[in-house]
Design a protein around this ligand. Structure first.
Ligand code: BTN
Length: 242
């Protein structure tokens, strides 16, 4: 059982976005570990200005207010802890072990089953996590059907949303209390060691992902042998490591 993660919970049937609600609550003084969870989001938000499909009862849509004991410059690293916590929680609740695609997407057999949206509100970090749980292929909009997945497609038994939420909060607490943002990241990461294509603001290139720096940057050896740091960009896996 978690001690601080989930110490205060707002449970909504429908909301615009749990991240937005958590930000509003954080601005009003929500405690460290406060959680907003919704059965449905009408304006679920993803990274890089994208939207996030959040149909009623099909997934876990949740945001946690974290008031970490770290310098604000290191806040972005919380998204790595959150991805690893989500991967552990998925594995505990479903028996299926997801991989992490840099920086923080969760994949099972190459399909994205979960994503993380980290935002800042004053001195709080808002960690938003969406995990697709009960979708059948036809529950996704056509444009996501080739790339998105849900636990239902891979787990042997139905996955309980309550159990998944409990495991997630316990794992978030464990990882954040440990202060180690990256422990086991390389082992879980599908990107490290793979041939990748990187699309950045001012161009694109291919290479082999060699690791992740202390600041969370993906380190990619490009085709002329230079080691390039990727902090923001779309990285697709072209060829997984053998
Ligand atoms: C991504 O991979 O683009 C991030 C997706 C994050 C989705 C979650 S669902 C709960 C929380 N509320 C939101 O509006 N977004 C995050």
């Amino acid at each position: 059982m978690a001690a601080w993660a989930g110490c205060a919970v707002r449970r909504e049937r429908e909301i615009d976005s749990t991240n937005r609600a958590a930000r509003r609550w954080a601005a009003e003084g929500a405690p460290h570990g406060a959680v907003v969870v919704a059965a449905r989001q009408t304006e679920g938000r993803g990274r890089r200005g994208r939207s996030w499909e959040s149909a009623a009862g099909l997934g876990l849509w949740l945001s946690v207010v974290i008031r970490p004991d770290i310098d604000a410059a290191r806040f972005p690293l919380l998204s790595f802890s959150a991805a690893l916590a989500a991967a552990d929680a998925v594995e505990r609740a479903s028996g299926v072990a997801p991989r992490v695609k840099w920086p923080n997407d969760l994949l099972i057999e190459g399909r994205k089953i979960a994503g993380i949206l980290l935002e800042k509100e004053g001195d709080a970090a808002i960690v938003g996590i969406g995990i697709n749980v009960r979708h059948r292929a036809e529950d996704f909009p056509p444009e996501l059907r080739d790339t998105a997945g849900s636990l239902r497609m891979f787990a042997k038994e139905p996955v309980s949303l309550d159990a998944l939420e409990r495991h997630l909060l316990a794992e978030i607490e464990r990882r954040i209390d440990s202060g180690d943002f990256f422990s086991e990241y390389a082992a879980r990461c599908a990107t490290i060691g793979a041939q990748v294509r990187v699309v950045e603001m001012n161009g694109e290139f291919s290479g082999v992902a060699e690791g992740v720096g202390a600041d969370g940057a993906l380190l990619v050896r490009d085709e002329v042998g230079a080691l390039r740091r990727v902090l923001a960009g779309d990285v697709s896996i072209r060829e997984a490591r053998a």
